[in-house]
Write a protein that binds this ligand. Sequence first.
Ligand SMILES: [Zn+2]
Length: 425
Amino acid sequence: MKKKERKAYRTGIVWAIVGAAVVAVFWAVARTSPEPITPERIALRTPPPLYMYGFGSHQFHLERNTVSSGQTVGGVLHGLGVAYSEIDALMEKAEGIFRPYQWRQDETYITVRSKDSAQTLLYLIYEESPSRYVLFGCHDTLYVRGVDRPVSIVRRAVAGVIEGSLYGTLDELGISAGLAVRLSEVYAWTIDFFRIQPGDRFKVIFEEKYVDDTIPIGAGRLLGAVFEHQGKPIYALYFSDTLSGFTGYFDREGKGLKKMFLKSPIEFARISSRFTMRRFHPVQKRWKAHLGTDYAAPTGTPIVTTAHGVVEKAGYTSANGNYVKVRHNGTYTTQYLHMSRFARGIRTGARVSQSQVIGYVGSTGLATGPHVCYRFWVNGRQVNALGLKLPNSEPIPQGHKAAFLRETTPILKEMNALRYPSSKE
Ligand SMILES: [Zn+2]
């Protein structure tokens, strides 16, 4: 009995040792050997699918392309295997959504093709703008759809002190060039942005637009600004009355910002010939464009510059007679022709202010009678001065005053609470 007991005891110990060894080996193997590869783990190891306009790279063959020179949308579709009859049908469906001339060199399009060996074109996406695309359904059911991507608007407030240029200062603050353009438009004639000085400062409340909450697509509305030019603060507060369509920028009292341009270069003027691309020229006796507005007035009537600026040229040509060309800023230039003579001090390079007399009506050059031909350039292109949509300069009408104050007071408060960068205060 004792012997038997001892044997059982020994057997137990052996088994215990064997068991421990087995556990140890399993444990060691489990630690060193790679985990078994399951389908889930394989999926984790391949890169996550890339999505373009909602199409995933795991399901479709996606390709981003650039329109090359001379390439038409029809040409691209045909090259991808779409029959001409289907292209015609697509273009018909595209009416009012997409115009073939929009499809230009360097624009972007995306092809969505099947993953099989046929690589059939299923969709073509034309990126009209960062916030809108056109989807061409090219397979089975043909369709064309314009899709607006959700644009979110983020409100921002900045205060800055000009060091170099306005653009440079805004850039340092991480603000798009679009806002600089907005600002210079709003203040166009109140502040000469070509003469801003280091130390001038500004506060701006504005909106920034984002597509898909992440891609900035530029400045939205400028809600309010104060620009301190040579120590003098100039406010511009946005007000829009949707019912009456009354919209513009005003100072704190609701007065319009200073007028950009006078309506005409002479007082009590009579328009004798308007801007047209085609008119019968009274002197040359042939049809040609008239890229100006003629104001008839007696010889010697003072001619004033419609906005302040620099005389780019005070000279004479056989067609223009005595003429003055004034550059107002990087955008606007005006010209005054057929003068009998220049006003005192008017020469190339002279600085002139709005309403300053620059010359006198005459009929020098190609002119039948005394008049001033007034010409207007926007970004180097001649336009009809009478057709220009210039920023509002009228005050808020009495009936809108309460609404104006209600809407602008919070903006004003927000601006006043903003601090300028402290090192520069
Ligand atoms: Zn003319």
